[in-house]
Design a binder for this molecule. Sequence first.
Ligand code: UGA
Length: 440
Amino acid sequence: MNVAVIGTGYVGLVTGVVLSEIGHNVICIDIDEKKVEMMKQGKSPIYEPGLEEMLVRNISKKRLSFTTKHKEAFEKSEIVFIAVGTPQSESGAADLKFIKQAAKDIAQHVVYDTVVVVKSTVPVGTNDIVENIIQEELKAPVRVEVVSNPEFLREGHAIHDTFHGDRIVIGSDVKKPGDKIEALFTPLNLPIVRTNRRSAEMIKYAANAFLAVKISYINQIANLCEKLDADVNAVAEGIGMDNRIGRAFLSAGLGYGGSCFPKDTEALAFLARENNINLNIVDAAIKANSEQHEIFIQKVIDKLGGNVEAKTFAILGLAFKPNTDDLREAPALKIIEKLLSLGANVKVYDPIVQHLDGFQPGELEHCQSIEECMDNVDATLLVTEWDEFIENDWKELKKYPNQPLLFDGRNILSIDKLVKFGWQVEGIGQAQKRQSVKVI
Ligand code: UGA
């Protein structure tokens, strides 16, 4: 089939590349000329394992192309995906300006009967808005129908998730356009959930908010474990083996970040408030998440005797999670800001992120290796669970810092092993081990 994709962020670009990989002809549109030029040259503007190879392969097979011109894209397409951003507005609600603009562009330029697919995460009822805009502004005498198809891929696993997703949700109030989108995805051979548009829109928000609640829940349980001498890793295993609960998204840490959970929980909470529905379980998850990194910093301060002024810290990991260069809502940024505000010196290292905006020149030291970062520091804070940190030789690394004090904000290192190497380690919710840590 001939497909156009508006927006080449994570969702749009991965969708376009994967659809071309399974045999469709895809043209991706973005207003950013530089980005489009880059993609035409076979370069992915985002770091995502496996994406660039697939992009290059499909460009060379002439199934994938890029443009800044809507007209050029829509002239050839029978299906148009909207995959533009829905940023958070002041009120917490999702800002629909890019979605509305995409609907207008479609109305201006389509020349065939077209199925418009809304892939962006949008509040319930947005597909209706898109349809109304298109119907009001449509230039050509053609039929345009709107289908909701929310995305469930994770950054850093985007290609894998698209080929091995748990389900594809297709929300259509009319059968035929829904059938067409089902046929488009048939080569992926994944379970399909067919529903109406509003339910599809709600599935996306309800799924993300549920996962966010799960994370905040285990983080609060972790905080309690720490006080009561229990180990949250064991608790997560123990409850996760119950099929009704499941182990996924029960890893305690520094709280969720990224471009999705923080924004989508706020948008769902707003939607509930607007409709006078009590959804305070989501409000509580948001609050718990904003507290989680503060609790961590307080622990660091306490361990260092109540004052971190002029102390030097190594921050390992900046991205909000491994295998991405995405810094949006990354806990590392909040931790760095707080330490700087308390007069500490901060050294940072991330395997991929080489630059941090928003800090004064010289305010922090951006290092090129884990060893350089840990050299002469008073404490090391592991913030993102990159493989490089997990697989490193911590016996060897012990020779770099002033003192072997490590805070594992992701519970990914073996405390028993590190303690044998002479490290003093603090995890999250691991009170048993904590007793072996001497106060400095
Ligand atoms: C999330 C969802 O997992 C995807 O299904 C969804 O499509 C996507 O949002 C979206 O709406 O576009 P993503 O934000 O890429 O994907 O990342 P996740 O892997 O879900 O992680 C989100 C955050 O939760 C990260 O900060 C991660 O460190 C944290 N997390 C995750 C935990 O703290 N503990 C866990 O057990 C799992």
